[in-house]
Design a protein around this ligand. Structure first.
Ligand code: GLV
Ligand code: MN
Ligand code: MN
Length: 398
């Protein structure tokens, strides 16, 4: 299976009528992606390891059976709602294609190579980004993870149980991490910063998610006078505008891209509104200041309407500086590629707390991501495969 054939097989899975993707963790389209992963592994005689946290790793082991100091690569298969085709799957498909290249060239491994597909990277179903890698590395309390719910109120524990996993077994896996010597994630670039086909990541900016709950009183839209209302939509609207202003003041970015209105009737004042704030910036202090200002503005906007506000941090990842020695080694292998920071979160950012980690980026001519227009040209994807093969060959066989 060539890169193009693998890509063509994945393309229809979870695609909606707009060309966007809905591949939420353990929903039917994502399960089809998992089955695709298992098929590609089988086709290459790679053993698939299913860890307790829903992550999958396909292993190519050296002939002498050495099991440790592995070079891990791969990415994720889940998507945001209406996401693009490339965010995640490009890293997984490229990893299989890179293994094919190394084998075609007769490379003899000294260290195992693992192709990972991490679970719930986008946090689109249960709210916490990089849930699989956070559990694996101990970056989230398993009890908290078990209790996370999706939009239908199903707990993560229940969904794991139905997927055949033991919810009580989730959590840090030092045994697995101890077998990993380094992680290299290839990913589509999510802005327009990359002018050549391939680049290397320098850092990930601090970023997090906060849930803002506004509780008012449901009532009739026609018969309730303005003075008798406790309408949570009004302070919610204030919070959205405050996020934009706070970001402008602090040199950060802040986004409210998801809102849940209960009960959601055209002719009813909402009883509650929940909005999710995503905030990112160059340093912890500017992100924290942004969130504190939005929090204060939300409370000030709620007071005159008799609306209660509840704010909870759902996830936070401080600045990630990728391993300098590994980054330099990639740059030396690839010769003269640019090093870029990114405003996007990745499993690589989470893994970097435990193992030397690096990332390769593939050019995105639209600069759009988390939307159907996300794109990479096939020649750039193939250049990414060549680059990944060079890096994996250097690390695992050099
Ligand atoms: C994931 O792609 C994120 O940056 O939120
Ligand atoms: Mn993403
Ligand atoms: Mn991604």
């Amino acid at each position: 299976m060539s890169f193009e054939e693998m890509w063509a097989d994945l393309l229809p899975l979870g695609r909606d009528g707009t060309g966007g993707y809905h591949r939420f963790a353990w929903t039917p389209p994502e399960l089809e992606c998992r089955a695709w992963f298992a098929d590609e592994a089988r086709r290459r005689d790679l053993d698939v390891e299913h860890d307790a946290n829903g992550n999958m790793i396909a292993w190519w082991r050296p002939a002498d059976g050495v099991g440790g100091d592995a070079v891990l690569t791969g990415s994720h298969l889940d998507s945001v709602p209406g996401g693009g085709a490339f965010d995640g799957p490009l890293g997984v498909v490229s990893a299989f294609a890179a293994i094919d290249l190394l084998r075609k060239r007769g490379v003899r491994l000294r260290r195992p190579i693992g192709v990972a597909a991490f679970a719930e990277e986008e946090g689109a179903r249960f709210g916490v980004a990089c849930l699989g890698s956070r559990l694996l590395t101990g970056a989230i309390d398993p009890a908290r993870a078990r209790a996370l719910t999706d939009a239908d109120g199903r707990t993560f524990a229940d969904v794991l149980h139905h997927a055949g996993l033991d919810p009580e077994a989730i959590g840090p896996d030092d045994g697995l991490l101890d077998r990993v010597g380094c992680f290299v994630e290839l990913h589509v670039e999510q802005g327009r910063a990359l002018t050549g086909p391939v680049g290397v990541a320098g850092s990930i900016v601090p970023h997090g998610r906060w849930r803002f709950g506004f509780a008012g009183e449901g009532n009739h839209a026609g018969t309730t006078g303005l003075d008798d209302r406790r309408d949570p939509m009004l302070p919610f609207a204030g919070m959205v505008l405050a996020a934009r202003e706070a970001a402008g003041r602090n040199g950060t970015v802040a986004t409210v891209g998801k809102v849940r209105v209960v009960p959601g009737g055209v002719n009813a004042i909402a009883s509650s509104v929940t909005g999710w704030l995503d905030a990112r910036g160059p340093d912890d202090a500017s992100v924290r200041r942004t969130v504190a200002e939005v929090d204060a503005a939300a409370r000030a906007a709620a007071r005159p309407h008799g609306v209660a506000v509840d704010v909870a941090e759902e996830s936070y990842t401080g600045v990630v500086e990728f391993d300098l020695a590994l980054r330099d080694r990639l740059a030396a292998t690839l010769g003269g590629v640019p090093v870029l920071p990114t405003g996007a979160g990745h499993d690589a950012g989470i893994l970097s707390a435990r193992v030397p980690t690096a990332m390769l980026f593939v050019r995105n001519p639209t600069g759009v991501s988390h939307a159907p227009a996300e794109h990479a040209e096939i020649p750039d994807c193939l250049a990414g495969v060549e680059a990944l093969a060079a890096v994996l060959g250097d690390l695992a066989a050099g």
